[in-house]
Design a protein around this ligand. Structure first.
Ligand code: COA
Length: 161
């Protein structure tokens, strides 16, 4: 089975990595797809930077591939012929948003979305929180994977508050 895990990953967090690790065990091939989402951010990390961060995190995972996409998730899913979409759920607010997206995506294509409940260790994390911590000069240990902490902190800590 082939699955697609779409997200913005601006930047990737320990929570994202945990979902990727668990998802990779549920399918033969996991495609992690970085949405360009121009409406959402004045991209702190470019698509290329997010791609490089995610590749560094998954370099030892043989069945994980990192790509980027623009437009709708379901068009990307159809192009790649994936069997299902995969998303993490941290809390009830995520559920409300995800329910709507999953229902619309299934209505348009019949493609199902499978949800993984985030570990309670990481359910409070978000990329916005992480950006705010580092922009104010605090290190990111315990929030994002150690392998990318220095690079992410270096970029964020130079951004003017
Ligand atoms: N651990 C930590 N943080 C997590 C997380 C986890 N397990 N799961 C989600 N998050 C955080 C992210 O860091 C992000 O935080 P931020 O908003 O502070 O930056 C937030 O939750 C949402 O992140 P993400 O899962 O990346 O979702 P998204 O809504 O940003 O992007 C896309 C999801 C990429 C699928 C979507 O927005 C997109 O681009 N869609 C294209 C258009 C489309 O198909 N729309 C649907 C039509 S029906």
């Amino acid at each position: 089975m082939k699955a697609l895990f779409p997200g913005t990953f601006n930047p990737p967090t320990l929570g994202h990595l945990e979902i990727i690790q668990r998802a990779a065990r549920l399918c033969d091939h996991l495609v992690v797809a970085i949405g360009e989402s121009p409406h959402k951010y004045a991209a702190t990390f470019s698509v290329e930077e997010r791609m490089s961060l995610l590749r560094a995190l998954t370099k030892d995972m043989d069945n994980v591939e990192i790509i980027s996409f623009s437009g709708l998730v379901i068009d990307c899913a159809k192009d790649l012929k994936v069997d299902f979409l995969l998303r993490g759920l941290r809390n009830g607010s995520d559920f409300d948003y995800e329910y709507q997206m999953a229902a619309a995506n299934r209505q348009m294509t019949g493609i199902e979305t499978v949800f993984l409940a985030a570990s309670p260790l990481y359910s409070h994390l978000s990329s916005t929180l992480i950006r705010e911590i580092a922009v104010n000069g605090h290190r990111l240990h315990g929030f994002i994977p150690d392998a990318i902490e220095a690079e992410v902190f270096a970029k964020l800590s130079t951004i003017t508050k």
